[in-house]
Every structure is written in structure tokens, then in C-alpha cells.
Write a protein that binds this ligand. Structure first.
Ligand code: FE
Length: 232
């Protein structure tokens, strides 16, 4: 297999929360692998990793909703859907949402618009399944700028989940040796721990150095331990 991921990283994408509802169970995850494929009728395609709970729910129900993120959504909000599994966390209950026509959750915060899709075709792509379907409902939530995958990566310094179709295993981030700022960055999701701010939601007061954080503390965005952090 050729090593082309560094080139493919230049492709542009949006960033979406893809949700589904299987027998009353709700879940959602981040996806960049979504596109419109025809206009008449309006059809879209999305690729979901087979390990994801959302994959299971779309397979079972044959429906999904794509919620288009707004540009100003923060890393913490995106991380809830991008780096936490619905098998461990009830993600949907932590955000404002309503149930759409297909039963899928429509996310009402940090989103610009949303559309619901009935799946008509599935293509097995090995690690992922491509779900192609017809848009059956669409609504504008708020007029705002939309998030792009490029903005997420370059401006928010967000990372790519290992389950993403565009995960680049060769792009190991350089571990900096300078610890001048005292800031540490999560190698998995890109969250930055700033000792000047602390992590007060989780009991770490401002002024606490990274070394003094208890060993059982976990990244507030993706829940990995301290050993997954590097000096920024
Ligand atoms: Fe993290």
C-alpha cells in the first residue's frame, strides 16, 4: 500500500455530528467523511467505522441525521462526540437536542443546520461502511459560519480519531522538549492543559502544575490519562 496520507490530508472536508436512533437508544459521533452525492433526489453518503456505536445504530435503524457544526464550536464540545464512546457515555443527554422526523437527534447547540437521511444503499469498505441515502428532512438552526475540518485541525489544533477514514498514523506530532509555558497537550485529542487556568470542572485549581495533578486525572475532552500528554 502506498503512503499517500500526507497528500490526502490536503483534501477539504466539513465537520459533522452524525446521530442515529436505534429502538429509542440515541448516539452521535463526529465525522468528516460526509458529502452530497446527487441533487435530484438529494442524496448524501457518509462513511462510519465499523467499531463505532453509531455504525451499529445506523445499520439497525437505516436512518441518520447530519448536524453541521458551526465554526465557533469549541474543542471540548467536539471532543464529546469525537473522542468519547457512546458505550461509556450518554453523549446526547449532555447537549440540547430535539428528535427529528426519522427519530434521530437534531443537535441544537453549536450547529448551523441539520438534515435527516433514510439509507438506501450500504457499501462495505473494509474498516468502514458507506451509507448512502435520501435526505428526507432538512432544517436551518442558526445562521452562522460552518466549521471545516481544516479549521479544526489548524486553528483549534484538534486531532484526528483513529477511527476516522482520514487518520494519518505517520503524522506523529513532534514532542517538544521545552516546558517553559508549563502547558501540556493531549496527544490524542489536542486539549491543552494550562496551569494558569487549571481544570476547575474536575477539581484541579488554577496554579496547579501538570506534575502536581493527581495520577488518576484524565483528559476532560477524551478521557485518556496523564501519560498521553506532552509538553506543549
Ligand atoms: Fe484528550
Amino acid at each position: 500500500m502506498i503512503n499517500c496520507q500526507n497528500v490526502l490530508d490536503n483534501c477539504s472536508y466539513g465537520l459533522y455530528i452524525v446521530t442515529s436512533n436505534s429502538k429509542g437508544k440515541l448516539n452521535g459521533q463526529i465525522s468528516d467523511a460526509l458529502m452530497q452525492v446527487t441533487a435530484f433526489p438529494p442524496q448524501t453518503a457518509v462513511c462510519i467505522n465499523k467499531n463505532e456505536l453509531t455504525h451499529e445504530y445506523i445499520k439497525e435503524s437505516g436512518v441518520y441525521a447530519a448536524n453541521i457544526l458551526k465554526k465557533s464550536a469549541d474543542l471540548q464540545f467536539i471532543g464529546l462526540f469525537g473522542f468519547k464512546s457512546g458505550r461509556d457515555t450518554d453523549k446526547i443527554s449532555q447537549v440540547k437536542y430535539k428528535i427529528g422526523e426519522t427519530g434521530c437527534p437534531i443537535v441544537l447547540e453549536n450547529t448551523v443546520s441539520s438534515f435527516e437521511v433514510k439509507v438506501t444503499k450500504e457499501i462495505d469498505l473494509g474498516t468502514h461502511t458507506m451509507f448512502i441515502g435520501e435526505v428526507v428532512n432538512a432544517e436551518q438552526i442558526k445562521d452562522d459560519e460552518v466549521m471545516t475540518y481544516g479549521y479544526y485541525k489548524t486553528s483549534l489544533k484538534g486531532k484526528t480519531s483513529k477511527n476516522s477514514p482520514s487518520y494519518n498514523e505517520n503524522a506523529k506530532e513532534k514532542k517538544m522538549t521545552s516546558e517553559k509555558s508549563g502547558k501540556y497537550i493531549c496527544d490524542v485529542c489536542g486539549y491543552v492543559y494550562d496551569p494558569a487556568v487549571g481544570d476547575t470542572d474536575n477539581g484541579i485549581e488554577a496554579g496547579t502544575s501538570f506534575a502536581d495533578i493527581p495520577e488518576d486525572w484524565v483528559c476532560p475532552v477524551c478521557s485518556v490519562g496523564k501519560d498521553e500528554f506532552s509538553p506543549e
